[in-house]
Design a protein around this ligand. Structure first.
Ligand code: FES
Length: 342
């Protein structure tokens, strides 16, 4: 026995089997329900519950705040109906609906960027064309290893797909990509996913905040904004722990030199020696640099703690919730911890 779930954007109700989620049922029916992580971490499937009862399995406060839950919002990927329901997913501004693709790719370039990050470039052999919006991500699988989510660091339309893969303690997939992956290896890429993409219609200032390998989607967004002729100030910050964790510094310095509206600031949170760079936590540095960010769009990508603290600070500086586009990179260990503690 199941429940009928009316999704206001769809013509016919979903028949959700007992114990299944609303999102999974929609995706199984090949319906375009906005989603990202499918694990309660990103907030991409945020929806309003108009009637009926659902139960939500554990999720991150970043994806859905208590206030949002209180006001009737739910995460479709965590919501199991307990009665017939009526819901609607939240409409995104500048909606993108790129077709989901299953791409067979080949490794063309591997470059070590830091002691624990490699840049992998792939050519698409079959399954394309691959349309995506700057800032989105895909599920990437190497050989028989399980798929992991990585953001595209290249601009949409570039010939090669580019991913930045940081080696995570205990992470078999990231260790494989860092140590064993070879030129010519086949790679499966499924996507695109994610709602933290570049909004080209926004003409106000842009603040782009990257932490660690979160540089990948921020690079794509900044490059895309410049390529589309954005003239407003683009304040880009790259937060890392120490100087050895910085990469593409020369590339972004050159880019800023050639684009007077781009400002690039690396920030070190734990420098081991003297440095010419700004120091401190990214959230504190940004809060110190801007008294008022009203009217700005802020794009953020990086470790959850960085994203959460930065969102808090920029919101306190006047950025509306609808102008914060954040991608927090949860590792498999983060996700497991979330499941265990909630
Ligand atoms: S898809 Fe539901 S929170 Fe990410």
């Amino acid at each position: 026995m199941g429940f009928a779930v009316t999704v206001r954007q769809f013509d016919t109700p979903l028949d959700v089997e007992m114990g299944d989620t609303i999102l999974q049922t929609a995706l199984n029916a090949d319906l375009q329900y906005p989603h990202g992580c499918q694990s309660g971490n990103c907030g991409a499937c945020k929806s309003r519950l108009y009637s009926g009862e659902i139960e939500m399995s554990p999720y991150s406060e970043f994806a859905l705040t208590d206030d949002e839950k209180e006001s009737g919002l739910i995460l479709a990927c965590r919501s199991v109906p307990w009665s017939d329901c009526e819901v609607a997913y939240l409409e995104q501004d500048e909606v993108v609906a790129h077709p989901l693709r299953r791409l067979a790719c080949t490794v063309r370039e591997i470059d070590r960027m830091t002691h624990d990050i490699v840049r992998v470039r792939l050519s698409i052999e079959a399954g394309g064309p691959f349309d995506f919006s700057a800032g989105q991500y895909a599920e990437v699988s190497f050989g028989d290893l399980p798929a992991r989510d990585y953001s595209m660091a290249n601009r949409p339309g570039d010939e090669l797909l580019e991913f930045h893969i940081r080696k995570i303690a205990g992470g078999t997939v990231s260790a494989y990509a860092n140590n064993q992956l070879k030129i010519g290896d086949p790679v499966q890429v499924n996507g695109p996913h994610g709602i933290s993409y570049y909004r080209a219609k926004h003409s106000g200032p842009i603040v782009a905040l990257a932490g660690g390998s979160g540089l990948a989607p921020i690079k794509s967004i900044v490059e895309e904004a410049l390529a589309q002729g954005a003239r407003q100030p683009i304040q880009m910050y790259f937060g890392v722990r120490d100087a050895r964790d910085l990469y593409l510094e020369d590339y972004f310095n050159d880019l800023a030199e050639n684009h007077p509206n781009l400002f690039f600031t690396p920030v070190l949170s734990e420098p081991s020696g003297k440095t010419v760079h700004r120091t401190g936590y990214l959230a504190d540095v940004v809060a110190a640099d801007f008294a008022d960010l009203d009217g700005s769009k802020v794009y953020l990508a990086g470790p959850p703690i960085m994203v959460e603290t930065c969102v808090e600070r920029v919101r306190a500086r006047g950025v509306g919730a609808e102008d914060c586009h954040a991608d927090a990179f949860y590792t498999e260990a983060d996700k497991a911890k979330l499941e265990a503690t909630s």
